[in-house]
Design a protein. Structure first.
Length: 67
């Protein structure tokens, strides 16, 4: 091993940084960030509900008695 060669140490540092970049997404515990700073996160979009309509009238859920 060329322990006294400065080029050896530069290449080792670059290889370690590249390994960190490649392995970082595989490590557990990372939360996904929104695509952009202004985009809503999971908490904001999880509480919004849409009303389903069919030709302007609310759709039936199928949970009414006799349905």
């Amino acid at each position: 091993m060329p322990w006294n060669d400065w080029q050896f140490w530069i290449v080792c540092v670059i290889a370690l940084l590249a390994a960190g970049v490649v392995l970082r997404p595989l490590l557990p515990g990372r939360k996904a960030r929104p695509a952009c700073p202004g985009c809503p996160g999971d908490r904001e979009s999880a509480g919004k509900k849409a009303t389903l309509t069919i030709e302007g009238a609310p759709a039936r859920t199928g949970r009414e008695p006799g349905a």
